[in-house]
Write a protein that binds this ligand. Structure first.
Ligand SMILES: NC(=O)c1ccc[n+]([C@@H]2O[C@H](COP(=O)([O-])OP(=O)(O)OC[C@H]3O[C@@H](n4cnc5c(N)ncnc54)[C@H](O)[C@@H]3O)[C@@H](O)[C@H]2O)c1
Ligand SMILES: [Fe+2]
Length: 365
């Protein structure tokens, strides 16, 4: 891997590596650590990041960064370590500002230390995005810090790192990437480029995700999924996500549902609920994945696309309901999801509190 030398050539002698215990116990970083040692790059490891990373994770990792006078940050893992690392970067740039004070858009506005992202899941695209999604464990609130300063300076895409990803995580993280691409595509903040990134990502996902799920060591499928996740990240960092993500974030905050799983289950419900407002873009996506014939109406093609999404979930044994949702939590989650989605996300259809509550009730097992 060329990254250690690249960092060293940029006068960085000591880096904080942000990862999680799953990655360290699998020994996934062995080659990278060896290379750092070979060239005399000092490494300090923080591996306590949890899925749905918390503010405590960021503060602990930031304390290590400061104590060891690190000059750069390397995120090694899925979206959780990557977002935790971005949080450390934000704190290093703004040592007088808490994470909570940087919630929302453009609150960092200052360069962070050099940050390199090495994704080991093919899902979040965080290696390409301006977002860090963090959880306040005291309020169960999950929210994003969004600032161009958080876009990693380097991203290393090595499909070998994803070969051992278990099937259920491959499935859920892959549908997270699909959700990014679809929500960006049906939203109202696209550019020619983001539309193209989304289409490419969606095609790659339909062509490769099931293969990566069922034959994990198929390098072509792994390579294409990594590319798809990255492209979907490029799409949504400019064109945003939507109501699926707003709902998924509350499910992560309230019940610790893994992000990919929360999106996978929620995506078909929201697409169905949008109805007519998304027929045209979804019909285009049906064409992109090659399932529609010219003769069919826009509505039919859109519905065929949603059916394909449901079938992909089903083939990968993703459930179509969630059993942890409690009736009593629904009004608060619905209100939080609405607050996240509006006015920030350029959603195709603005939902009401009643719409949202209906969606949560449909999701509930
Ligand atoms: N910043 C963004 O733009 C953005 C976008 C989408 C999601 N997210 C956030 O990312 C987080 C989710 O990230 P994720 O879905 O990548 O999962 P994750 O990072 O939470 O990892 C899930 C599990 O997979 C394990 N794992 C990771 N790579 C592995 C590998 N190669 N082999 C075996 N096990 C491996 C981890 O140890 C962990 O237990 C959520 O908090 C979500 O909100 C961020
Ligand atoms: Fe996501």
């Amino acid at each position: 891997m060329k990254l250690p030398a690249l960092l060293k050539n940029n006068q960085i002698d000591s880096v904080l590596i942000v990862t999680d215990e799953g990655i360290t116990s699998l020994g996934l970083m062995a080659d990278f650590l060896q290379e750092c040692e070979n060239i005399g790059l000092t490494t300090v490891i923080y591996d306590k990041t949890v899925p749905n990373p918390t503010i405590e994770n960021i503060e602990e990792a930031y304390a290590l960064f400061v104590k060891n006078r690190c000059q750069g940050i390397v995120a090694f893992g899925g979206g959780s370590p990557m977002d935790c690392a971005k949080g450390v970067g934000a704190r290093a740039a703004r040592s007088n500002k808490s994470i909570a004070a940087m919630k929302g858009v453009l609150k960092v506005r200052k360069s962070i230390p050099p940050l390199a992202a090495i994704p080991t899941t093919a899902g979040t695209g965080s290696e390409a995005t301006l977002a860090a999604v963090v959880t306040d464990s005291s309020t169960h609130e999950k929210y994003a810090i969004m600032d161009p300063a958080l876009i990693p300076h380097y991203a290393v895409l090595d499909p070998l790192l994803t070969v051992g990803l278990p099937p259920h995580i491959t499935a859920a993280t892959g549908i997270d990437a699909l959700t990014h691409a679809i929500e960006a595509y049906i939203g109202k903040s696209n550019t020619v480029k983001t539309l193209e990134y989304s289409r490419k990502a969606i095609k790659l996902i339909f062509e490769n995700l099931f293969e990566a799920y069922s034959a994990g060591n198929n390098m072509e499928a792994r390579t294409n999924m990594q590319q798809a996740a990255y492209l979907a990240g490029l799409a949504f960092t400019r064109a945003y996500v939507g109501n699926v993500h707003a709902i998924a974030h509350t499910l992560g905050g309230f019940y610790n549902v893994p992000h990919g799983l929360a999106n996978s289950v929620t995506l078909p419900y929201v697409l169905d609920y949008y109805g007519e407002s998304v027929y045209k873009p979804l019909a285009e996506l049906a064409d992109v994945i090659g399932i529609s014939r010219q003769a069919e109406s826009i509505e039919e093609r859109a519905k065929m696309f949603i059916t394909q999404v449901k079938e992909l979930n089903e083939k990968m044994r993703i459930p179509d309901k969630l059993d942890m949702i409690k009736d009593g939590d629904i009004p608060v989650m619905a209100a939080r999801a609405l607050k996240e989605a509006n006015p920030l996300y350029p959603v195709p259809k603005i939902l009401s509190q009643k719409d949202m509550e209906h969606l949560y009730t449909s999701l509930k097992a």
